[in-house]
Design a protein around this ligand. Structure first.
Ligand SMILES: Nc1ncnc2c1ncn2[C@@H]1O[C@H](COP(=O)(O)OP(=O)(O)OP(=O)(O)O)[C@@H](O)[C@H]1O
Length: 284
């Protein structure tokens, strides 16, 4: 493994600790006093039917929305009130439900942009092409190469991001998030729109992020088979409230969880269908 992708030193305890997080939009209680303890170097999932508050929960953790009440601590550092770029610098990276790559940039350039929060040189250094700037640039190229290799996109380094197949674009987004050198990576529906083969590859990549880099993964995902096979712990939201949490096999048979999914049209089909097919894949 490259020194650039060295595994984080092993420490115990929660890396991310969220308590009583609440957000209202007008009269709508989108997230209601939700707690989440994320042990270091684990893969955990936040699931729930459409509109349950999952993305709003991520948006608060990453500084896009300020919570009405509640606390968010990363390794004991309070994140509430920080801007998204400050949250990234503190050690939380994320990907989005809708792919947000820079369309006019190559795969490599997209990763180099992701590394921006870790650079030391300022604008003046860039203008004058100082030594610090040149070192940063060389480091960014090297990091991009290592990350492209890590996510399996080495050969596509110079291709425009939008010309990549959908599954590769999602992998590139993960590489870009990893370029910020995070302690925790939040993935918002990374398997959305993927075919089964792409989803299998994604599963292996997420495991490698945790196993090889020691980065903690928090996942929002509707693909139940992926959630059940990958997660060590699952938290379930419904109408903004936590209705269950625990090990995958416990969540799978929780009556409240089944009711939350089966009581809603679109999501019911998804949960029912994937649960019916679990003999073929899920082993949690
Ligand atoms: N900026 C906003 N303004 C007003 N209401 C919002 C805003 N963002 C989210 N909501 C509402 O908050 C609730 C939770 O939405 P959110 O997107 O967090 O759910 P979700 O669980 O991520 O859903 P999905 O699985 O469909 O992505 C929904 O009722 C949504 O309409």
């Amino acid at each position: 493994m490259s020194a650039l992708l060295s595994k984080a030193p092993a420490q115990s305890g929660s890396v991310l600790s969220v308590k009583g997080l609440t957000k209202t939009f007008g009269g709508l209680l989108a997230v209601n006093a939700v707690d989440l303890e994320v042990p270091r170097a684990t893969i955990v999932s936040v699931i729930g039917p459409n509109g349950a508050g999952k993305t709003t929960f991520f948006n608060m953790i990453t500084g896009i929305y300020e919570p009405d009440t509640g606390s968010i601590e990363l390794d004991g550092v309070d994140l509430v009130g920080l801007r998204p770029d400050q949250v990234t610098s503190a050690g939380i990276a994320r990907t989005f439900q809708n792919i947000r790559l820079f369309a006019s940039m190559t795969a490599e350039e997209n990763i180099m942009v992701g590394r921006h929060p870790r650079l030391k040189a300022g604008y003046l250094d860039a203008l004058l092409r100082t030594r610090k700037f040149r070192e940063d640039e060389a480091g960014a190229h090297e990091a991009a190469a290592v990350l492209l290799d890590f996510v399996g996109l080495k050969r596509q380094a110079q291709e425009l991001s939008t010309s990549l197949p959908y599954g590769d674009q999602r992998r590139l987004e993960i590489a870009r998030a990893l370029a910020t050198n995070p302690k925790v990576i939040l993935l918002d529906e990374p398997a959305a729109g993927m075919n089964p083969r792409e989803t299998e590859n994604l599963k292996a990549l997420i495991r490698a992020v945790r196993d090889e880099l020691g980065v903690t993964v928090v996942l929002i995902e509707h693909d139940m088979r992926l959630v059940m096979t990958l997660s060590e712990h699952i938290t379930v939201l419904d109408y903004g409230t936590k209705i269950a949490e625990g090990l995958p096999h416990v969540i799978r048979s929780n009556p409240k969880v089944m009711e939350a999914y089966l009581g809603r049209g679109a999501a019911a089909g998804e949960y029912g269908k994937q649960e019916a097919g679990k003999e073929g894949g899920a082993s949690a």
